[in-house]
Design a binder for this molecule. Structure first.
Ligand code: NAP
Length: 305
């Protein structure tokens, strides 16, 4: 793989940034990678594990001379970070982000960008429930989609370069309009997370089922909810605060479907339940055929020894 940027700066050094760093190194996509994190603890951890060629103590040092700056902080922090990096950006640099919501990030970042800088939002559809600088790995983006959200007047050469970076990280790149992105993600990621958070909260509230029973008998269904519900609270708080309309729209539809299933259970309408579950099983098959999950039983997890 050939080098795409001389210098890349990663702002925020958590799961996504650290995975980007290891992926950039795996494929030799950048000459130099600098990194900045807000807390001295995270910067120290990054230095200890060799995350980034240089870990900087200030935002200015990290982004100075960078050809590409990637904002890898929670969506709610994008505004402040964009304001703080703006004076240090080099002419013709590209600024991108990895935020899970796109319209709110554009509204937060774009006003701070100098006219000679290309701002091109992006969102890799890859993650785990882990967070922090030690959670990243080079393979995170392999065979996953990365959605790039070009703005009006996005420079084609800068867009092409950013696409090459994400392809070099192993992703399949597609472009999308920001509002459509936020609606699609509300269906595929944001609302499912909210449902998982709710289900784990409900189980916790049910004192008739003791805590130890919830944990001891947490077979696949509930256990998978607990994995999702262990995701980073700051990141997910910001997702719901900034993708409010789309999430509320999908939650409204979810509630209607839930009522329909509730009625089918109450009235003993086995045919309705069977038809519904047959339809949902076909959706799972579609995800496997698209190569976005394994068809091995129990997500390919090894049986517990
Ligand atoms: P993470 O592991 O929690 O790391 C977040 C990083 O941002 C940390 O380095 C943290 O610094 C820094 N940070 C937090 N609040 C900040 C603030 N107010 N100002 C400056 N820096 C701040 O998060 P992540 O999972 O990598 O997520 C980063 C971005 O990627 C988010 O926008 C998220 O929506 C998006 N994303 C996440 C996933 C996923 O599954 N996790 C998938 C796709 C996209 P300290 O360590 O010093 O606190």
């Amino acid at each position: 793989m050939t080098q795409i940027y001389d210098k890349v700066a990663l702002v925020g050094l958590g799961l996504i940034a650290s995975s980007m760093f290891w992926g950039i190194k795996r494929a030799g996509l950048a000459g130099h990678v600098s990194g900045y994190a807000r807390s001295p603890e995270t910067r120290q951890t990054a230095r200890d594990i060799g995350l980034c060629d240089t870990v900087c103590d200030t935002l200015g040092d990290a982004v100075q001379d960078a050809d590409l700056v990637v904002l890898c902080v929670p969506v709610g922090a994008m505004d402040d970070v964009a304001r703080d990096i703006a004076p240090f950006l080099k002419s013709n640099a590209t600024v991108s982000d990895v935020g899970s919501v796109k319209r709110a990030v554009i509204d937060a970042v774009q006003p701070h960008m100098p006219p000679d800088v290309h701002f091109i939002p992006a969102h890799p559809l890859a993650g785990t429930e882990q967070s922090g600088p030690t959670s990243g790995f080079a393979e995170l983006f392999d065979n996953r989609f990365c959605l790039i959200v070009p703005l009006e007047n996005t420079d084609p050469a800068a867009l092409h370069r950013l696409k090459k970076l994400w392809q070099g990280l192993g992703s399949m790149v597609e472009t999308m309009d920001p509002d459509h992105h936020d609606l699609v993600l509300a269906v595929t990621s944001h609302t499912p997370h909210l449902i998982a958070y709710t289900m784990v909260g409900v189980a916790d509230d049910l004192r008739r089922v003791t805590d130890s029973e919830v944990i001891k008998y947490s077979a696949a269904g509930f256990r998978d909810f607990t994995r999702i519900a262990a995701s980073d609270p700051v990141m997910w708080r910001d997702v719901f605060l900034t993708n409010k309309d789309a999430t509320l729209e999908i939650l409204g539809r979810f509630t209607e479907e839930l009522f329909a299933l509730q009625r089918a259970i109450r009235t003993g309408d086995g045919q309705a339940l069977h038809d519904y579950f047959t339809h949902t099983r076909a959706i799972r098959r579609g995800i496997i055929e698209a190569g976005q999950d394994t068809d091995a039983p129990n997500f390919g997890r090894a049986p517990k020894k």
